[in-house]
Design a binder for this molecule. Sequence first.
Ligand SMILES: [Mn+2]
Length: 181
Amino acid sequence: MAVLWLDAHNDYGEFVPGVCSNHKNVARHIASLPNIYRLVQVGVRGYSVYDECNQAGEKISVITPASLRQNGMESIVAALPESLPCYISIDIDVLDPSCAPGTSTPVPGGLSFSELKAALRAVASARNVVGLDLVEVNPEKDIGQITSIISCHLLLNSLGAIMRRQKAEAVVEEQLQKQTV
Ligand SMILES: [Mn+2]
């Protein structure tokens, strides 16, 4: 499958012997799995000492907020092969801290709520999304539960877009079956 990774960080930290897996190197683990053909990282910004993911060839592509604004949501869809099922992982810090402050490692210059919603809708309506998660919400750092509320909206919107596509596909299949009878 392909993985769409929405995050301020590339989480591509080195494996350290004796230290178990953690949130800094999970993307490196995922990229090393044999059934992962593409990892598309969107929203990465700020400083990183792990640039290897930029040198991983075709398997990993990185779309920064600046490049997303220049090339549009279609650039994310284009990076995800149509033939592959797609898993989406949202780290809430992909959003700008001004709209999602309730997270432990905020980085300025992130996506707006509308941009992230549009990106998720674009992918969910054009690709076969088979799974979705949302991580790194920290209620202790939140202000008036805004990050929790925004996270619920994002998940519900994404599920809605995924189900709309599945329903449309089911209708097409039904029509095809009727034609062949
Ligand atoms: Mn992150």
